[in-house]
Design a protein around this ligand. Structure first.
Ligand code: FAD
Ligand code: DHB
Length: 390
């Protein structure tokens, strides 16, 4: 078998890259370890920057999003009885779009298959070879048989625990990492959201986030010890804890119901540099992780896919290697902006045990956003992802 680009991983980065390359006349094969059902049901992020919406539009995978997504002009940050609304639209000119990663994944898979795209689900033991030379190839097992794909380039879009990054010699990568001592417990429920916009809430008991997927489906998160098991959080305990951590008005409006999904995600900051090695390009979570507070993970994955697709299209169309040679540098600028913002917003809103000094700093940070239009604008620019990279 032969293709131009072998893509490892059918998450948002791999699927969007495949679809953007298809639009540019470039052939790809996507290899995914999990089943289609599993990939299409996975619940993850929900807030899209305008740049991500543009890329999905460019990819021709925006039809359902245009009909079903919610447009949010602002969000609220609550802080021990006080609350500030950040008017994203007024401060930056841009709103954010609330639309689930689950839906994006379904839409991109439908778009790929609708155009005859080659997606291999349940591809086992994927192995990347020869990418430090001129003839890369990728092997995998499926249905008891081993297959081999020869290609021009490999895109490693297989997430934080994938195989691609670990194929790069350790001496060629520099890893930057910070772990946080807590996780997020997330619940999805078929209930009316407490508000029309998101509420990020810093509380003495810990952080909470009120989000949504539609006007009838809510997504809530509470900060919890990373050692907790989901079984320790029956629905009643979750709803009681959430109610205690969010502003009084929202708590009164909270409608509870059975959880459709409940999971605990670790919080971590991680960057692998560079994001390219020979003919292998890493994109999305395979190269970097942010704590979810800034809603940046999915948006960074989409941005990487956009930069890589543009570089590959210029290479095949005009023989211009510039976009490929600068891929890592271009992406890392945005990545580090998002790392900084996500770390800062997490530090401002989460409970860190026994840190009285830190708590005073959190209050000062909140006062700054509340009292300064410049500070609120800086926050809004980072949240909507509209800033000059240089
Ligand atoms: P992924 O979505 O991880 O996709 C990688 C794909 O590669 C997967 O389908 C995987 O099955 C496949 N794969 C892995 N290994 C192999 C292999 N060896 N061979 C073939 N295929 C392989 N971000 C937010 O902004 N907000 C959130 O609330 C949020 N919640 C999250 C909750 C969890 C539990 C996780 C893990 C992440 C969350 N994120 C969140 C982050 C966001 O979902 C990711 O940044 C985004 O999914 C990155 O997309 P990706 O395509 O790079 O990687
Ligand atoms: C959601 C997740 C986030 O991490 C975030 O910052 C905002 C919203 C969500 O899943 O809806």
């Amino acid at each position: 078998m032969r293709t131009q680009i072998a893509i490892v991983g059918a998450g948002p980065a791999g699927l969007l890259l495949s679809q953007l390359l298809h639009k540019g006349g470039i052939d790809t094969i996507v290899l995914e370890r999990r089943s289609r059902t599993y990939v299409e049901a996975r619940i993850r992020a929900g807030v899209l920057e305008p740049g991500t919406v543009d890329l999905l539009t460019h990819a021709g995978a925006d039809g359902r999003m245009r009909r079903e997504a919610l447009i949010h002009d602002g969000l609220a940050i609550a802080f021990g009885g006080r609350i500030v609304r950040v008017d994203l639209k007024a401060l930056t000119g841009f709103p954010v779009t609330v639309y689930g990663q689950t839906e994006i994944t379904q839409d991109l898979i439908a778009a790929r298959l609708g155009h005859g795209g080659k997606l291999v689900f349940e591809a086992e033991n994927v192995a990347l070879e020869g990418f430090d030379g001129a003839h890369p190839h990728v092997s995998y097992e499926s249905g008891g048989q081993t297959h081999d794909i020869a290609c021009d380039f490999i895109a490693g879009c297989d997430g934080f625990h994938g195989v691609s990054r670990s194929c790069v010699p350790g001496s060629a990568l520099t890893l930057y990492e910070r772990e946080l001592p807590f996780g997020w417990l997330g619940v999805l429920s078929e209930t009316r959201p407490v508000d029309d916009e998101l509420i990020y809430s810093r509380n003495e008991r810990g952080f909470a986030l009120c989000s949504m997927r539609s006007k009838t489906r809510s997504r809530y998160y509470v900060q919890c010890p990373i050692s907790d098991a989901v079984e320790a959080w029956p629905d009643d305990r979750f709803w009681d804890e959430l109610r205690r951590r969010i502003p009084a008005g929202a708590a009164e409006r909270l409608v509870t119901g059975p959880s459709l999904e409940k999971s605990i995600a670790p919080l971590r900051s991680f960057v692998a540099e560079p994001m390219a090695f020979g003919r292998l390009f890493l994109a999305g979570d395979a190269a970097h992780i942010v704590p979810p507070t800034g809603a940046k993970g999915l948006n960074l994955a989409a941005a990487d896919a956009g930069v890589l697709a543009a570089g590959l299209i210029a290479y095949y169309r005009d023989g211009d290697r510039t976009g490929l040679d600068t891929y890592s540098e271009t992406c890392l600028k945005r990545v580090w902006r998002a790392e900084r913002f996500s770390w800062w917003f997490t530090a401002m809103t989460h409970r860190f045990d026994d840190d009285a000094f830190g708590r005073r700093l959190q209050t000062a940070e909140f006062d700054q956003i509340m009292g300064s239009r410049a500070a609120a604008t800086a926050f809004a620019e980072n949240y909507v992802g509209m800033f000059r990279a240089g």
